[in-house]
Design a protein around this ligand. Sequence first.
Ligand code: LMR
Length: 344
Amino acid sequence: IARPTASLSRSLLPVLRSFSTSRTRQTKVAVLGAGGGIGQPLSLLLKADPLVSSLSLYDIRGAPGVAADVSHVDTAGEVNGYTPEKLGDALQGTKIVVIPAGVPRKPGMTRDDLFNTNALSFGTSLKPSASTPLRHIFSSSPVRHPVNSTVPIVAEVLKKAGKFNPAKLYGITTLDVVRASRFLSTLKSTNPADTTVTVVGGHSGITIVPLLSQSAIGKGVVQGSPEWAELVNRIQFGGDEVVKAKDGAGSATLSMAYAAAKFTHALLRAIGGEKGVITPSFVKSPLYESEGVTYFSSNVELGPEGLTKIHPLGQLSVEEEKLLQAALPELKKNIEKGVNFLGA
Ligand code: LMR
């Protein structure tokens, strides 16, 4: 019998580790909208994450099928699919609820154009259950658009249920960070893994503010130069590239799923006790509250009970300050729309 090669042993290692991890830690993650374009690849990526001990897949249609499919992946976590009448069961005991549910953009649409459709689906899927199942949620992370408005909507739903904990509600803006890293590394021929860029603000057009001056490699792009302006524009409107290329078939789903899985993994590391987990996220924030911007994405520190610290922005260049000043009024509008959605 041939002995396993070194590389085979190496490839088996993470799988073996995942068995021990899942036995020691209960980390149930629910995906609301698991049957959709983001939900399906997200469910797959979460199934492959050794930190997820149990995966709860819910949607108005298709979740049991997705659950049966991803349950065959050879990692230890268990998987269950739920139909609409079982939302309460789907949320029972969950540590994290990720919400990609909603419809995507078509060419010519802004994320804000999705407000009515997606906000309504949030209202109907979460509102009736607000008094019971939501109490089990450790944290909730909406991805679906417009994130600048859907995060405040979820906050209001939780407030009405008396369950709002600002330390446990996050809008996932990770795709902007992922894009900034990838686009900058392509421009400068570097490895994206070593090309980190902090992106702050919100997740939509001009509310996306990349702080290239704070990045070791981003500093190599002269602030205010045509190269800088083009890069900033690409980071802010990267989603439009995908909408255009998909030509009516929707917006980014695979990179969105990747970003959501990356954020969830960071949160699980923090819940598991790892110190110093810092990632940008759109949260209830005091940073620009005085200007009426009550939610804002900046680097946040995560701990076993959720958000532990909101980092200030640090030094900005003159150009970045201008980007920020353009973002704030737009953000304020988006947030107010979400806050007011449910009415008094
Ligand atoms: C993205 O940035 O790709 C997503 O927010 C989807 C979209 O509507 O652009």
